[in-house]
Design a protein around this ligand. Structure first.
Ligand code: SF4
Length: 274
């Protein structure tokens, strides 16, 4: 397997040393000014953008994630950071790091969170409406509504969900009762999955996995402002970043319109990945 590769082609990086790396909303806003000022160059690259989200009448943000596989060394610190923040037992992985083999027989790591699909089959099959999609594109589960049918688990092509068969282990006392944005503690008999740290985003804080990735592999992105940032302080023009690096989406053939974009780097072919 090739070693980590470096700076992506055609990308504008902005070091933002004055700001905490966790607090990125101001970086999005600042970079948004740059994007607007760049005129049609950035804005013309709409093929990776959700047109509804990009509408001036739409929501303020349309969250997505970019995963740059060229730099991933498989350390799984993203998984661990997520489990620590959400007090998950070791067997529950809201972002897992799969080992995938390419056509040459080489294996490489591939982080897989919930894809926050624009067209989420998990939501459509839920018999009680427990899974819903926010205006900003986050697919969440209301534990209080979930009846544990597990239809969503069968419908998800990414195996992003699991069932709490037993009472989840005790958690440290939380300052607030559980919400779909921060479903901790979980409830027995309900389905769990990644929430993209939905409780952090409104405060300009990075998701735990993005924040803790030491390789800068994971980016939280916003299709409205057309900006993405990683935990190492890199800020990129999202559409340019995706286009310049030939980003792809996982299992697009299912028509789910995932909001997670992958940049390949080890001869991977996600269309052949299960
Ligand atoms: Fe639903 Fe699975 Fe898509 Fe997440 S990845 S939104 S759980 S179908």
């Amino acid at each position: 397997m090739e070693g980590p590769q470096l700076p992506p082609r055609g990308v504008t990086l902005q070091a933002d040393v004055d700001l905490s790396r966790r607090h990125f909303l101001s970086r999005l806003a600042a970079a948004g000014v740059v994007v607007a000022g760049a005129g049609s160059g950035a804005l013309a690259l709409v093929s990776y953008r959700d047109d509804a989200a990009a509408s001036s009448k739409g929501p303020s943000h349309a969250w997505c994630m970019v995963i740059d596989l060229r730099s991933c060394d498989g350390c799984k610190l993203c998984t661990i950071a997520c489990q620590k923040r959400h007090q998950l037992p070791v067997e529950q992985t809201w972002i897992k790091v799969n080992s995938v083999t390419n056509s040459a027989g080489d294996t490489y790591p591939m982080p897989v969170p919930c894809m926050m699909c624009e067209n989420p089959p998990c939501m459509y099959v839920c018999p009680v409406g427990a899974t819903f999609r926010t205006d900003e594109g986050l697919v969440l589960v209301d534990q209080d509504t979930c009846v544990g049918s597990r239809a969503c688990m069968a419908a998800c092509p990414y195996e992003a969900r699991y069932f709490n068969w037993s009472e989840p282990p005790p958690v440290k006392r939380m300052p607030f009762p559980p919400t779909p944005q921060m479903p901790v503690p979980q409830q027995k008999g309900t389905v769990g999955k990644c929430v993209l740290c939905a409780d952090r985003l409104p405060h300009g804080e990075l998701p735990a996995c993005v924040d803790e990735c030491p390789m800068g592999v994971l980016y939280i992105g916003d299709l409205v402002t057309d900006v993405a940032v990683n935990g190492l302080g890199a800020t990129v023009v999202l559409s340019e970043f995706l286009k310049a690096n030939d980003a792809v989406r996982f299992k697009e053939e299912f028509g789910t319109n995932p909001r997670v974009y992958y940049i390949l780097g080890h001869g991977q072919n996600l269309s052949g990945t299960s």
